[in-house]
Design a protein around this ligand. Structure first.
Ligand SMILES: [Fe+2]
Length: 206
């Protein structure tokens, strides 16, 4: 039993013009595939086959010392990218007009624009490779966090709701070194319906 690279929930070109087909293909077929292959290799060597990716990332102490860093790095790369692809949709950018998720977000940041500004600032200020996230913390409060390299919020006890990949491989072909332009473009393909569903699942909201 090994981990599989999930199929994209849309075609390579479906996120154009906001996210170019060439980058999406390379990012998914090469970068994400490599994390998947390396994770499978490490899990096999560590004789941990059969464990879910969530259990590996949330209970790292159960991984033998010699394999822990490797499995956390490759497994984070595997899980984070799965989550990232599902955070986007060609019909994106539509924030829910009502509901508990919308209410919680507006309660915390006052306006959607203020949230977007705070989230973009975190993503932009992140030094080096990594990710910016909207998460629920252990108290059920919404937080904006960033993680370095392939560290996953799962390992830190957060419930992830939304993420943007700010590794250069995520945007360099189209946006060159201008991360701010990638972030600005990405808002147009955010799958808010999915973010809301994750919120509802994490909070037991129906
Ligand atoms: Fe990536």
């Amino acid at each position: 039993m090994s981990f599989e690279l999930p199929k994209l929930p849309y075609d390579y070109q479906a996120l154009e013009p906001w996210y170019d087909a060439e980058t999406v293909k390379l990012h998914h077929d090469k970068h994400h595939q490599t994390y998947t292959d390396n994770l499978n290799k490490a899990v096999q060597e560590a004789k941990l086959e059969g464990k879910t990716i969530e259990s590996l990332l949330t209970a790292a102490e159960a991984i033998p010392d010699a394999f822990r860093t490797r499995i956390i790095n490759q497994g984070g790369g595997y899980w984070n990218h799965n989550f990232f692809w599902e955070s986007m949709t060609p019909k994106g950018g539509v924030f829910p007009a009502e509901g508990k998720f919308a209410k919680a977000l507006i309660e915390k940041w006052k306006t959607l624009d203020a949230f977007k500004e705070a989230f973009a600032a975190k993503a932009l200020a992140h030094f080096g490779s990594g990710w910016a996230w909207l998460v629920l913390d252990k108290n059920g409060d919404l937080q904006i966090i960033d993680t370095h390299d392939q560290a996953s919020p799962l390992s830190q006890g957060f419930k992830a709701l939304l993420t943007i990949d700010v590794w250069e491989h995520a945007y360099y072909l189209k946006f060159k070194n201008v991360r701010a332009e990638w972030i600005k473009s990405w808002w147009n393909i955010v799958n808010w319906e999915k973010v809301e569903a994750r919120f509802n699942e994490a909070t037991g909201t129906r």
